[in-house]
Design a protein. Structure first.
Length: 251
C-alpha cells in the first residue's frame, strides 16, 4: 500500500510538479488542496504520512494556520514549501515548529531529500522528547501546546496567566508548574521571549518607530521594553539591533 502525502498548494502547476516528483518516488500524492479548511478535511480522511504546506494560500487563512493545527494534533510531520523567507514570516513559521522549510524555487533533489530525512526523523524520534516517560493517554503535552499556540497568536496582547490556565484543567499555580516542567521556562518567561522575538522581526523588517513597537507589544513602557530587549540580546539596544540587521540585509 502506497504512503500518502498531501500537498496544500494553490498554484496548480507547482502542485503538479510536486506530484510528479513524489509519485516517481513511490508515494501517493493528493493535490488540489487550496485552503486550510479543505486541507484539514483531507488530512482527517486520509491520514497522510506527511503534509507539504504553501504559506501563501490567497485565502482567509494562510498555511501557517494549518501548521498551528498540525502542531496541536501532533500526528504527522509537515514541511513549509514557500517563496516567503523574510524574518517576519520565518518568525511566525518557527512558532509552529515545522519539520522542514523549503524555499521556492526548489530542485527535485531538495524536495526528495528533505522529505526522506523528515520522515526518518519523525519515525525514530518523539516530537516532544519530554513525552518519553509519559503514558500514551496523558494529554498534558497537548494542553501545554494549546497555551503556547494561544500565546503565539496573541503576542501583541497583554496576556494574563489566568487566561492561559483557563485553557487547561488546572488552577493558575498548578498550570505554572506544569508549563515550566514541559517547556523548561515559566509562562512569564516564554511570553516575554516571544514578544522580544516579534520585536526583533519588526526591527529588522520594518521602519516602525521603536516606541510604537513597544506599545503594540503591550509593554508597560518603552523603558521596560528597552531593558528586556537588552537583556535578551547581549546588551544590544533596539536601535543598534535595527541598524545592524538592516545593514546586513542590504549586503
Amino acid at each position: 500500500m502506497k504512503q500518502t502525502i498531501v500537498v496544500v498548494e494553490d498554484e496548480l502547476l507547482i502542485a503538479l510538479d510536486i506530484k510528479e516528483i513524489l509519485e516517481e518516488e513511490g508515494y501517493e500524492v493528493i493535490i488540489n488542496v487550496t485552503s486550510v479548511d479543505k486541507a484539514i478535511t483531507i488530512i482527517e480522511e486520509n491520514a497522510p504520512i506527511l503534509v507539504l504546506i504553501d504559506i501563501n494560500l490567497k485565502q482567509d487563512k494562510d498555511g501557517i494556520e494549518l501548521g498551528e493545527y498540525l502542531l496541536i494534533q501532533d500526528k504527522m510531520p509537515y514541511i513549509y514549501l514557500t517563496s516567503y523567507h523574510d524574518k517576519l514570516t520565518l518568525d511566525r513559521a518557527k512558532d509552529t515548529r515545522p519539520h522542514g522549510y523549503i524555499v521556492k524555487p526548489f530542485k527535485a533533489i531538495d524536495l526528495i531529500t528533505t522529505i526522506s530525512i523528515t520522515l526518518n526523523n519523525f519515525k525514530h524520534n518523539k516530537i516532544d522528547p519530554r513525552r518519553n516517560q509519559e503514558e500514551v493517554t496523558n494529554n498534558i503535552p497537548f494542553k501545554i501546546k494549546e497555551t503556547i499556540t494561544y500565546i503565539n497568536n496573541h503576542v501583541y496582547d497583554k496576556i494574563e496567566i489566568s487566561e492561559l490556565s483557563a485553557l487547561t484543567p488546572w488552577k493558575k499555580n498548578h498550570f505554572i508548574r506544569m508549563f515550566t516542567k514541559y517547556v523548561g521556562e515559566t509562562p512569564y518567561q516564554y511570553i516575554l521571549k516571544r514578544k522580544i522575538k516579534k520585536a526583533e522581526a519588526l526591527l529588522a523588517e520594518t521602519n516602525q518607530p521603536i516606541n510604537e513597537i513597544a506599545l503594540d507589544l503591550s509593554f508597560q513602557s518603552y523603558s521596560n521594553f528597552f531593558i528586556a530587549f537588552k537583556k535578551m540580546n547581549q546588551n544590544q539596544t533596539p536601535e543598534n539591533y535595527r541598524l545592524k540587521s538592516q545593514a546586513n540585509s542590504n549586503i
